[in-house]
Structures are given as structure tokens and as C-alpha cells.
Write a protein that binds this ligand. Structure first.
Ligand SMILES: [Zn+2]
Length: 242
């Protein structure tokens, strides 16, 4: 059993407090980073869907214009045929032109029906785009506010993390290097929890009973005692009396 001073035990306890906070804050910041990523991705996904709708709207507008142009062309042809019709000399020519006019009128009907359909589609998409735009702007605003809140909180957490890292460094400088190495080793094996209290003969790291004789030694607090089950460094502070 290594004899160590009470100051060393106290330093180890402080080191553990810092370590626990560091582990906690790192986890919080990691979670925050993930959350921020998720929010950005959500907005991007919505933005992409909106862009797609806008592209569909462009296509719909183009289809309408194409149809209108076709109608115009057919109209022009009908007018031209009608003008020619007045100047024809033979019955045969007359018949041909008449059929031409008739055919063009039928084509015009088809285009007009088509235009109506395109127009309906365009209106529908236009409405959907307007709705999505509103939703997108709302979502954007909401996400930006949320990101700002997160950022503000993260700044606090990052500052706190820096403080604990400095504290950890300071304690490390004053602590015996072999104790520091031991702490680091135990900490690594136990997800950052290396120094634990013993309460009513129970190790607060693994929640197993420790032998009464060992408990007495832990209570004395002048030697380095490890939990027989989980190998964590043990100390004793009566929580109620603190
Ligand atoms: Zn234990």
C-alpha cells in the first residue's frame, strides 16, 4: 500500500472533478455539434425540395408559353388561309384551303385544351411553391434562432471546458507524476471515472462492497487504496457532513 498525503488525495479528488466535467462537457459539445449538423441538413433538405418545385414551375411556365406560341402560329396560318381563300379561282384550290383551315382549327383546339391543362398544372405548382417558400422561411428563421441559442450555450460550455482543462493541467503539474500516470491509466479503463467515494462500505464506482478493513484504511485517507473490484482510487468523504 502506497502511503500518500491527504493533499495528494485531495488533489486526486479535484483532478477527478475536472476530468468528470471535461468528459461531460466534451459529450455535450459533441452532441451540440451533431444537433447543429442535423438542423442544417434539415434546412438544406427543405431548400432542395423547394428548388425542385421551382424548377417544375419553370417547366410548367415554359409549357404554357410553348402552347401559346403554337396557338399563335396556327392562328396566323388560319388567317393567312382565310385571306388566300378570298382570292382562289378554282373549286379545287378552294377545297384544299378549306380543309387546311379546318385542320388548323382542329389543331388549335388541341393546343388550347393542352394549354388549359398546362395552365392548371402551373397554377397548382405555383401555389405549392408559395406555400413551401413560406414554410421554408419560417423554418429558416426557426433554425437560425435555434442555432444561435446553441452557439451561445456552446460558447459557455467551451469556456467551461477550457477552465477545467487548465485546472486539470495545473493539478497535473503539482501532482506526483507516478500518481498522475496511475490516474490516467485507471481513468482510461473506466470511461473517465478514476477516483470515487466510498459510502457505507460501498464503492461508488462499481457499487460493490469493499472489505471493512479496507474501508477503515480509506477513511484514514493517508494511503492510496484501489477498489478490489473495479481498481478505481478510493477516498472517503461523508457526503452528509459536507
Ligand atoms: Zn469499485
Amino acid at each position: 500500500m502506497n502511503d500518500i498525503s491527504k493533499q495528494n488525495i485531495e488533489a486526486l479528488i479535484k483532478l477527478q472533478e475536472a476530468e468528470t466535467q471535461i468528459v461531460r462537457l466534451k459529450a455535450v459539445l459533441e452532441k451540440v455539434k451533431k444537433k447543429r449538423g442535423e438542423l442544417s441538413a434539415k434546412l438544406k433538405l427543405f431548400g432542395n425540395a423547394l428548388e425542385e418545385k421551382k424548377e417544375n414551375l419553370s417547366t410548367a411556365v415554359m409549357n404554357c408559353k410553348d402552347s401559346e406560341r403554337e396557338i399563335q402560329i396556327v392562328d396566323d396560318r388560319i388567317i393567312k388561309s382565310n385571306e388566300t381563300l378570298r382570292m382562289v379561282k378554282t373549286q379545287k384550290e378552294y377545297q384544299v384551303l378549306l380543309r387546311e383551315v379546318d385542320d388548323n382549327k382542329k389543331r388549335k383546339d388541341v393546343f388550347e385544351t393542352e394549354l388549359l391543362e398546362y395552365f392548371d398544372v402551373k397554377e397548382e405548382i405555383q401555389e405549392s411553391v408559395q406555400e413551401s417558400e413560406k414554410e421554408y422561411n419560417l423554418l429558416k428563421e426557426q433554425i437560425e434562432t435555434e442555432q444561435k441559442d446553441i452557439e451561445k450555450k456552446s460558447t459557455d460550455d467551451r469556456e467551461l471546458l477550457e477552465e477545467y482543462l487548465t485546472q486539470q493541467n495545473e493539478i497535473g503539474k503539482n501532482l506526483d507524476s507516478s500518481l498522475m500516470t496511475q490516474f490516467a491509466k485507471i481513468s482510461k479503463m473506466n470511461q473517465g471515472l478514476a477516483v470515487v467515494n466510498v459510502k457505507n462500505e460501498i464503492c461508488m464506482g462499481c457499487f460493490m462492497n469493499i472489505p471493512p478493513q479496507l474501508y477503515i484504511e480509506v477513511q484514514r485517507g493517508n494511503s492510496l487504496i484501489l477498489c478490489p473490484q473495479c481498481s478505481r482510487i478510493l477516498y472517503h468523504i461523508d457526503v452528509e457532513s459536507v
